[in-house]
Design a protein around this ligand. Structure first.
Ligand SMILES: Nc1nc2c(c(=O)[nH]1)N[C@H]1C(S)=C(S)[C@@H](COP(=O)(O)O)O[C@H]1N2
Ligand SMILES: [Mo]
Length: 263
């Protein structure tokens, strides 16, 4: 493998990005606090070899970045502690007003009709497959005040209330040995998460925001809130949940955002 610079160009953004990612990964692996990764040191050799890949075409750069990103997912999954709780905050620290964000403008927030709304459960699940809003509201509820962190560089503290997702998955008869849960939204946004995060005690299928019915801008009628994951992994307006072993990707993930997306 030969490293070649594109002639006549001051160095491509993609390859310098790749260098930065490789340096970060190497630093991470050298950190003695990351002993857990001992088993993974072998992969570092593979990673170092990748840095010598032919960076002269986008296809090879993309392949390399994808490999690094999958490696990064594995590392994050390995470091994820299912019993470690994300910080919670007092009511006085709630950010008001809480910011809105989506891949479109606030005027284009989808309007979901509560009467005809049905949550569909598909894939590896043998329990109840269709849920009305009233049925979701009848399940045991709890509240949490946590920090939402958006990759675009802002964070905010909010209060969400709803059903523990682990409880819901149990009632839906989900196969919790499956790898992924994918979440499809009324605005055609979608994302997917690893099963350990789906079962985490703070992962809530939320129906309320700050004690009120979840408003449209924050995801009416239902949003999955995970304080252990970045904002883009927290889908709003969910209409379908699929339990699967086939990698489902996601709206932003398929455009390069890291899939695990831990915060
Ligand atoms: N359905 C849907 N869910 C989504 C998004 C979206 O565009 N559509 N954007 C994500 C991103 S990037 C962020 S930061 C949060 C913003 O949630 P908020 O409007 O409640 O602050 O929603 C996430 N969930
Ligand atoms: Mo975000």
């Amino acid at each position: 493998m030969v490293t070649r610079k594109r002639s006549g160009e001051p160095g491509t953004t993609l390859s310098s990005h790749a260098d930065a990612i490789i340096k970060d990964a190497q630093r991470e692996l050298k950190n003695p606090a990351r002993r857990l990764l001992g088993k993974r040191i072998l992969s570092l050799g593979g990673l170092a070899m990748l840095s010598g890949c032919d960076l002269s075409n986008d296809k090879s750069v993309n392949t390399m970045l994808r490999r690094i990103s999958f490696f990064n997912d594995d590392v994050q999954a390995l470091l994820f502690d299912p019993h470690k709780m994300a910080p919670t905050y007092p009511e006085s620290m709630i950010t008001r007003p809480f910011p809105f964000n989506a891949f479109y403008d606030i005027d284009d927030v989808p309007e979901v009709d509560p009467a005809s709304y049905r949550l569909q459960v598909g894939g590896l699940a043998h329990g109840k497959r269709v849920w009305t809003l009233d049925e979701l509201r009848a399940l045991p509820q709890q509240d949490q005040i946590t920090r939402h962190i958006c990759i675009e560089g802002w964070s905010a503290i909010g209060r969400w209330g709803g059903v523990r997702f682990a409880d819901f998955l149990k009632r839906a008869g989900a196969d919790t040995t499956a790898r992924y849960v994918s979440l499809h939204c009324a605005d055609n946004y979608w994302t997917s998460i690893d099963m350990p995060t789906a079962l985490h005690a703070q992962t809530l299928l939320t129906l309320t925001y700050d004690g009120q019915v979840l408003p449209p801008k924050y995801g009416f009628p239902m949003k999955l809130r995970m304080p252990t994951k970045l904002g883009y992994k927290n889908p709003k307006h969910i209409v379908a949940i699929t339990v699967t072993n086939d990698y489902p990707g996601g709206y932003w993930e398929n455009q390069g955002y890291n899939w695990f997306g831990g915060s």
